[in-house]
Design a protein around this ligand. Structure first.
Ligand code: SF4
Length: 213
């Protein structure tokens, strides 16, 4: 059994509660969405097959304790992913970054799921599979990326309708060319009394858009 892998690299985790920690990233090839602001288009097609046992070996021999599967959309290779996860040392923390449109059923409990709810500004605003909410626990995180004030209002509606603040960690950030400033978003969050973490994409702050970082 093999996975199609776009790249494997070490960096600092950039956009979750784990931001700032060294992390081994395994970027899997392929995505079922086409977000307008996607910054990893190179992962749509490019990739090479790596045997699942070899991926497990690389992970377990890594000096890094935090592993993140990202994409593309890693759950497009769900069976292989579950097999790889089953071989990872229990001392490692496993993060799974997913676009929210593929079922989270059967993902092992130990995995920290970082799940996007795409908003209209992404061009994929209808993609979230709402039944995925039932697979989230307190260790998991939901991520909203804002393009404009309409996205902010839509995010707030989801936050309230699904009582997301009680469910798990809620992350909010913005796209590079957002019409909102960090300050405007921060002030709206405070004003609205939302239990969310506002985030600046750390890896982009340090390395800009350099690939493999
Ligand atoms: S889900 Fe992620 S990889 Fe896929 S198009 Fe959107 S931003 Fe790009």
């Amino acid at each position: 059994m093999a996975m199609i892998v776009n790249e494997i690299f070490e960096s600092l985790q950039g956009e979750s509660s784990y931001a700032g920690y060294p992390c081994l990233f395994i970027r899997l090839t392929g995505c079922n969405l086409r977000c307008t602001w996607c910054d990893t288009k190179y992962a749509y097609e490019d990739g090479k097959e790596i045997h699942c046992n070899e991926i497990v070996r690389l992970i377990n021999s890594s000096k890094t304790d935090i592993i993140e599967f990202t994409g593309g959309e890693p759950l497009l290779q769900k069976d292989e992913l579950i097999k790889v996860i089953s071989g990872i040392d229990s001392s490692k923390t496993i993060l799974l970054e997913t676009n929210g449109s593929v079922s989270l059923e059967d993902i092992p409990e130990r995995v920290v799921k970082i799940v996007d709810i795409k908003l209209t500004g992404s061009g994929e605003g209808k993609s979230f599979l709402f039944e995925n909410l039932k697979y989230l626990t307190k260790i998991d995180e939901i991520k909203f990326v804002l393009r404009d004030i309409f996205d902010y209002n839509e995010f707030k509606e989801h936050y309230k309708n699904y009582e997301l603040g009680r469910k798990c960690v809620i992350l909010v950030s913005k796209v590079k060319d957002s019409s909102l400033t960090d300050r405007e978003i921060a002030e709206m969050i405070i004003e609205d009394g939302l239990r969310v973490k506002y985030q600046i994409q750390l890896h982009k702050y340090i390395w800009n858009d350099e690939r493999g970082r």
